[in-house]
Ligand binder design. Structure first.
Ligand code: HEC
Ligand code: HEC
Ligand code: HEC
Ligand code: HEC
Ligand code: HEC
Length: 258
């Protein structure tokens, strides 16, 4: 399906030019050719959510439409990632950094190599999915985007009925329930992230050996040797159920030997 008004060539090709910088800062490897249009039409394509929803309910209200779907995460080509960071962004990205120490990370006596706080590439996801930062809180807005287009509210991806949160409408009644998409700041009951992958050099009886430094040939990825949100999820593939790189249980068996 083609959503009207989606091909904003300027934004998309512009963003691509700067990605070497953004990706390098985030420890991202450049894999096989990737199609810039892939994100369009997905739930992360915030620019077209309103049309997709087929209702006027959200328009001009819940979040700024920057008319560029990439800018909600990526630093635009004409700006530098260093300057974004100086402006308060998560390193390598265009999003305002959430308060790092608010996260309760996964904890288990059996775990080693666990970071005390999420790495930047997972912080990117949490900056929307923890429900503490408005989904439109970015450092660099597109050039030419006028503040006249500012919405009245800048909502967070949270389930409460508070006027700051999408849950105001997304309560399962007015609109679909958004609570399952909100991870919150306690990461204790989720899969550990920002944890070093144990199956590298030495044979580990519990973990498979990687196919290469970037992870596995089936698409499951590691970032600087760590498991992150994007290890399992591929933001740019709206065709994939739950944006999963591989479906469970094959996903789990990519890493775990059981
Ligand atoms: C919701 C956040 C988000 C949005 C929106 C987004 N990206 Fe990304 N992008 C990512 C993440 C995370 C990565 C890290 C690579 C990965 O998926 O493993 C990435 C990586 C990339 C890469 C590097 C390729 C790679 O796999 O390393 C390119 C190119 C890219 N994005 C282009 C775009 C373009 C163009 C748009 C807009 C059409 C866009 N992205 C929108 C999050 C986003
Ligand atoms: C700019 C805000 C934003 C960022 C950053 C972001 N997301 Fe999302 N994400 C959303 C929204 C909005 C939805 C749709 C929520 C809904 O359906 O109610 C969503 C939905 C999802 C879904 C469910 C998809 C489905 O089909 O139901 C997954 C999985 C997901 N995001 C993972 C990630 C990961 C992993 C990252 C980091 C690489 C990330 N998100 C970064 C805003 C964001
Ligand atoms: C004024 C009420 C209202 C607010 C506030 C609101 N939404 Fe919606 N939204 C709707 C309605 C109504 C729909 C269409 C029915 C549905 O999908 O549940 C919708 C649909 C959606 C969809 C589905 C689009 C699709 O077809 O894939 C997503 C994702 C979404 N909203 C995200 C958000 C996010 C994120 C926020 C907060 C930043 C938000 N909404 C705030 C009313 C609202
Ligand atoms: C080890 C793999 C793995 C990691 C790491 C991971 N996820 Fe997921 N995620 C999944 C699987 C599998 C599902 C589907 C669960 C289901 O269908 O109930 C999922 C579902 C989701 C959903 C949709 C929830 C729903 O029921 O609609 C969101 C949003 C999400 N993940 C975001 C994230 C974010 C943000 C991170 C990092 C903080 C993350 N995930 C880390 C495997 C992972
Ligand atoms: C990218 C590799 C990878 C994938 C994919 C993956 N895991 Fe993990 N998982 C890990 C690592 C690394 C740990 C940390 C364990 C350690 O170092 O002892 C872990 C830990 C866990 C733990 C906690 C163990 C403990 O000691 O507390 C559970 C439970 C788990 N994984 C389940 C799953 C499930 C279910 C899936 C599929 C949805 C999955 N994993 C997919 C790498 C992965």
């Amino acid at each position: 399906m083609v959503w009207p008004g989606l091909r904003r060539a300027v934004g998309v090709s512009g963003i691509l030019l700067c990605l070497t910088g953004a990706a390098a800062a985030a420890g991202v490897q450049q894999p096989a050719p990737w199609n810039a249009n892939d994100i369009l039409g997905s739930k992360h394509d915030l620019t077209s959510l309103n049309q997709r929803a087929g209702v006027e309910a959200m328009a001009g209200m819940a979040f700024n439409d920057y008319e560029n779907p990439c800018i909600y995460c990526h630093v635009p080509a004409e700006e530098s990632t260093d300057e974004a960071e100086t402006g308060g962004a998560i390193a390598g990205w265009n999003r305002i950094r959430p308060v790092a120490k608010q996260y309760e990370v996964y904890n288990s006596p059996s775990l080693q190599g666990m970071a005390k706080r999420p790495s930047d590439i997972s912080m990117l996801c949490l900056s929307c999915h923890d429900g503490t930062v408005a989904v439109d809180r970015i450092v660099f807005k597109p050039i030419g985007w006028s503040s006249d287009k500012q919405t009245t509210l800048h909502m967070q991806l949270g389930a409460s009925s508070n006027i700051q949160q999408c849950g105001k409408c997304h309560d399962g009644d007015v609109a679909h329930d958004i609570s399952v998409k909100t991870i919150g700041t306690s990461l204790r009951d989720d899969h550990p992230i920002s944890i070093r992958y144990a199956g590298f050099a030495i044979d580990n009886p519990n973990f498979r050996t990687v196919d290469g430094p970037g992870g596995f040939d089936n698409g499951v990825r590691l970032y600087d040797g760590m498991v992150e949100c994007a290890s399992c999820h591929d933001i740019h593939n709206p065709q994939a159920k739950m944006l999963l790189r591989v479906e469970a249980p094959t996903l789990c068996a990519t890493c775990h030997i059981k």
